[in-house]
Design a protein around this ligand. Structure first.
Ligand code: SAM
Length: 209
């Protein structure tokens, strides 16, 4: 599996432009096959998303790497992740940030991810089961917010919970055609930049419609 991870980095990530050494090292360290069921372990490092149960997916390796690189984490940040899913992206973020707060609406997925990440001894992750479009008010503001499900709008509470100078990344658009979009808050104002096409499972919640 070690070889497959390295091969994934060399054939899928570096040629597509992932160059931040810290991001590549985090991906090198987090073993993706530990986050999928036995039936999918052999294909865990392939160039596509995989099912994780409950109709949800672990994102394609490149997508995880690209989103992580775009967040430009230095190690001091408080990160909010919406959509814990398998916990793989959470682990990559926790290698690079100070603390990760992650919310998942499907209880079985969150419990499974919590078990894997606790077994791997991650100490800088807090979990919540519920509607992530509400954010995590008690812990706000966040320096980075990553939404790993597609939505037609940016949930308003998440914009409020973004710190000054913070970055929020979201697949924005229709069910099968979204654009990975970066929102930045500067001097209290939001700027928005579309970065490229993507397709994610839907963000389901009160502030996603
Ligand atoms: N990052 C995950 C990983 O590495 O496995 C993949 C996330 S998957 C593409 C999107 C996840 O968002 C699903 O697990 C889904 O249940 C969750 N989700 C959708 N709407 C949500 C909401 N309102 N709050 C929290 N989680 C949500």
């Amino acid at each position: 599996m070690e070889d497959l991870n390295e091969q994934m980095i060399k054939t899928q990530l570096i040629p597509r432009g992932i160059s931040d050494k810290r991001v590549l090292d985090a991906i090198r360290k987090v073993k993706r096959h530990l986050f999928v069921t036995k039936a999918f372990q052999d294909t865990a490092y392939f160039d596509h998303p995989l099912p994780i149960g409950e109709g949800q997916t672990i994102s394609q390796p490149y997508m995880v790497a690209w989103m992580t690189e775009l967040l430009n984490l230095k190690g001091t940040e408080k990160v909010l992740e919406i959509g814990t899913g398998s916990g793989y992206q959470t682990a990559v973020l926790s290698e690079l940030a100070k603390h990760v707060f992650t919310i998942e609406r499907i209880e079985t997925l969150s419990i499974n991810a919590q078990k894997i990440l606790n077994d791997l001894n991650y100490k800088n992750i807090s979990f919540k089961i519920g509607d992530g479009t509400e954010g995590w008010q008690n812990e706000a503001p966040f320096d980075r917010i990553l939404i790993t499900a597609g939505s037609p709008v940016v949930p308003a509470p998440l914009l409020k919970q973004l710190s000054e100078g913070g970055k929020l990344l979201i697949p924005l658009g229709e069910r099968f055609a979204q654009n990975l979009t970066m929102v930045e808050k500067k001097d209290g104002k939001m700027t928005t930049k579309e970065l490229g096409a993507c397709v994610f499972v839907p963000l389901i919640g009160r502030h996603a419609v």
